[in-house]
Design a protein around this ligand. Structure first.
Ligand code: G3I
Length: 401
């Protein structure tokens, strides 16, 4: 037996495993081969000072809808840490800010503008013309009868000049017109039959509002804002409105897609289709009111059927997992469209309070469903922060890219 051969064999028998152990231990020690934790190494857990706005600073501002209570209470620290844009949830709407012809309530809106300005936070104005929380006095003459189109448009112009003019240079983007598109599946009905539409006998008020806003603040970015903008029928209606505004050279910068979404809506394809259509017009996109309710719409019971409220299962692990996946899907696509998206704003700060809770937790029950269902107040748990203002797992699916 050739000893050298024996030695070689012995070496192979002992040396190879030793090499393998060394290589394996090296591989295990190299950080990039560490077992992936629930989020990418070097992000949140290692950097307690980073917030959503920091993770997305090379993408787009991350905003939140606020009321004045949020600015002077426990929410304020979270707002300053996590966000670099705010929207007034209610305080700049026509009714709250301009309740009668010669009365303006500036206090709350000024408070929000002062808070944001002092913290170098962008401000989105919401909104200059809407069919809800409207200034009802605008539609009636001294005789209580509906005003003429001319008088209504003058009142709209005075309102926009006063509000957009007051915050000129401070509010960087306005939801000029909110939810003017019809919600039904009737493809022949483009526009919502609001007081605005009915008195103007058509959609002229939309173009007028944008022109007034541009005249009042030429630097502000002007958006048309609506919900269900990913639903195929409504998406096409919104596209037709936007296409007409662009063709008529109306001063509009983009569309606000409210993004009041559900665990299973929109699909990735619906979201991409909506983004592709709008951006094909040369418009920008802002997601203006993002929340993802864990409640699925409740089918209305047959008329006369007795509705027994189902027990609220709460924020179960199964629902949480679906919400995490939907938030991840959304932000993966947002990042891919970053050159078109100029703001992503959440609607409310944490699960402690959501407008959805007022409506039975996103269930289409209660008044939202024509009132023929038992109003079951259920929490929607729609945001990235829980009821104690702590980051939920969904937060990590948004920043862990
Ligand atoms: O301020 C009054 C208060 O004086 C009164 O005592 C109280 C009792 O009724 O009502 C208070 O007004 C409420 C207001 O929120 C401020 O809290 C209104 O009733 C209530 O209807 C209103 O709800 C707002 C809703 O718009 C109105 O449609 C929600 O907070 C707000 O989150 C929601 O936001 C809208 C966006 O502006 C547009 N996109 C849809 C989104 C959700 O509906």
């Amino acid at each position: 037996m050739n000893f050298s051969a024996v030695n070689k064999k012995a070496n192979r028998v002992f040396l190879l495993p030793a090499i393998a152990i060394i290589v394996l231990s090296l591989v295990q020690c190299t950080p990039k081969h560490q077992v992936a934790s629930s989020f990418k190494a070097g992000t949140t857990a290692d950097d307690p000072n980073k917030g959503l706005k920091d993770y997305y600073k090379s993408y787009f501002p991350i905003g939140v809808a606020v009321n004045t209570a949020a600015l002077h209470g426990p929410d304020s620290a979270l707002i300053v840490k996590e966000f670099n844009s705010v929207t007034a949830e209610n305080d700049m709407k026509m009714g709250p800010i301009h309740p009668s012809e010669n009365v303006y309530n500036w206090k709350n809106a000024d408070d929000i503008v002062d808070f944001a300005t002092s913290h170098h936070i962008k401000i989105r104005g919401h909104n200059l013309c809407w069919h809800n929380q409207e200034a009802a006095w605008m539609f009636k003459g001294a005789d209580g009868e509906p005003v003429t189109k001319e008088l209504l448009l003058k009142r709209l112009k005075d309102h926009i000049f006063a509000v957009a003019g007051r915050y000129k240079g401070k509010i960087y983007a306005w939801d000029v017109v909110n939810e003017a598109v019809d919600d039904s599946n009737d493809t022949t009905q483009i526009y919502r039959k609001s007081n605005w539409y009915n008195i103007c006998n058509g959609p002229d008020f939309i173009e007028a509002a944008f022109r007034y806003a541009h005249e009042a603040d030429p630097q502000a970015k002007l958006y048309y804002n609506d919900y269900n903008s990913e639903h195929p029928v409504k998406r096409e209606k919104i596209y037709k409105l936007l296409k007409k505004l662009v063709e008529d050279h109306v001063p509009i910068d983009g569309v606000g897609m409210q993004a009041h979404w559900k665990l299973n809506e929109p699909s990735p394809g619906e979201l991409r289709k909506a983004l592709d259509e709008v951006t094909s017009l040369g418009l920008k996109v802002q997601f203006t009111e993002l929340d993802i309710t864990i409640r699925l719409p409740q089918l209305n019971p047959a008329p006369g059927a007795t509705t027994t409220p189902v027990p609220d299962p709460g924020y179960t692990p199964e629902l949480e997992a679906k919400q995490i996946a939907q938030y991840k899907m959304a932000f993966d696509i947002f990042r891919q469209y970053k050159k078109f998206i100029t703001n992503v704003t959440f609607w409310n700060v944490s699960d402690r309070y959501s407008w959805l809770d007022q409506r039975g937790g996103g269930l289409m029950g209660g008044a939202a469903a024509g009132g023929n269902t038992t109003r079951m107040v259920k929490k929607a748990y729609p945001l990235l922060f829980d009821e104690n203002r702590q980051r939920k797992k969904a937060y990590w699916s948004v920043v862990g890219f």
